[in-house]
Design a protein around this ligand. Structure first.
Ligand code: FE2
Length: 291
């Protein structure tokens, strides 16, 4: 639980040109390809291999620098998060993508903001978490990576509990929480009630255009009977439609921020609950310094 006895640190934020200028975008993408030790490459089963690929569970990363630290050192405390979620990845049920007319960092900022549910998804995600979400929210940060964990509302947890039984779902953890694990710069893994896992990747297409790709995993018990399998199919259709609806709520907001960013008169100020965003800016600023 945060206390507000002291103000948040002033974080240096990247200037707007890194969001709007095609030349700056090319410099940034080159820096991410040459000076970032490890970059998410895909999942086991995607046909990705090579001497420069290492695995953390079923998550594959490409080594981009010869003197990179070990993958476990790069991922730090979130190594355990990826390992824990990996067993769920044997159960892919859907994949989807949406293009945004916005810089990729705006999609990242949007998803890392702890006020995100309350402000961007007031009718969809926000009611699914505990009304007293500030009290129960825990955030862990390590370098550019981070995790926020929200307690689900009691009725949402009860709903998942019923789905678990009827769909014979497996859980990677016994938790009544929504968790969001971010691995810099472009991977985030959302999980619900310790069962459903959605792996997201933010793909830059141009300075002002990005594609958000996501893959949904709903682990079912190996011995699930035909009734449970049929229930799961209906559930997957419903959950896939909801996932897309939620992303379609993000898109117009990110696109407005893209337009407004160019008109900003100065850097923003991040509150205590927005420090995950500051971590990303700090990591990028450090990479870009070498250019
Ligand atoms: Fe969102």
């Amino acid at each position: 639980m945060l206390t507000y006895d002291r103000g948040p640190p002033r974080r240096p934020l990247l200037s707007p040109r890194w969001f709007t200028d095609p030349t700056a975008h090319a410099v940034e993408q080159d820096a991410l390809a040459r000076h970032l030790p490890w970059r998410y490459a895909g999942l086991v089963g995607d046909g990705i291999d090579g001497d420069d690929i290492a695995a953390c569970g079923d998550f594959l990363f490409r080594r981009q620098m010869p003197d990179a630290p070990s993958l476990a050192d790069w991922l730090g405390p979130f190594t355990g998060d990826l390992l824990a979620r990996s067993p769920a990845l044997d159960s892919p049920v859907a994949r989807d993508a949406v293009e945004f007319a916005a810089n990729w960092k705006i999609l990242v900022e949007n998803t890392l903001d702890d006020f995100h549910g309350a402000s961007v998804h007031p009718q969809t995600i926000h009611p699914a978490v505990d009304a007293d979400w500030r009290q129960h929210l825990t955030t862990q940060r390590a370098g550019p990576h981070s995790r926020s964990s929200w307690k689900l509302a009691d009725d949402t947890a009860a709903w998942w509990g019923k789905l678990l039984a009827r769909g014979a779902l497996r859980r990677f953890a016994d938790q009544d929480r929504y968790e969001h694990v971010f691995i810099f710069p472009d991977l985030y893994v959302a999980s619900f009630y310790g069962t459903m896992v959605i792996v997201h990747r933010v793909v830059p297409l141009a300075v002002d255009r990005s594609r958000l790709e996501w893959r949904t995993f709903l682990p079912g018990a190996a011995s699930g009977d035909a009734k449970a399998a049929s229930f799961r199919r209906g559930l997957v259709a419903m959950l896939s439609a909801s996932a897309r609806q939620v992303i379609e709520e993000d898109r117009p907001l990110c696109e407005q921020v893209q337009v407004a960013r160019a008109a900003a008169t100065g850097p923003g100020i991040l509150g205590w609950r927005e420090q995950r965003i500051g971590d990303v800016h700090a990591a990028l600023a450090q990479l870009l310094e070498t250019e």
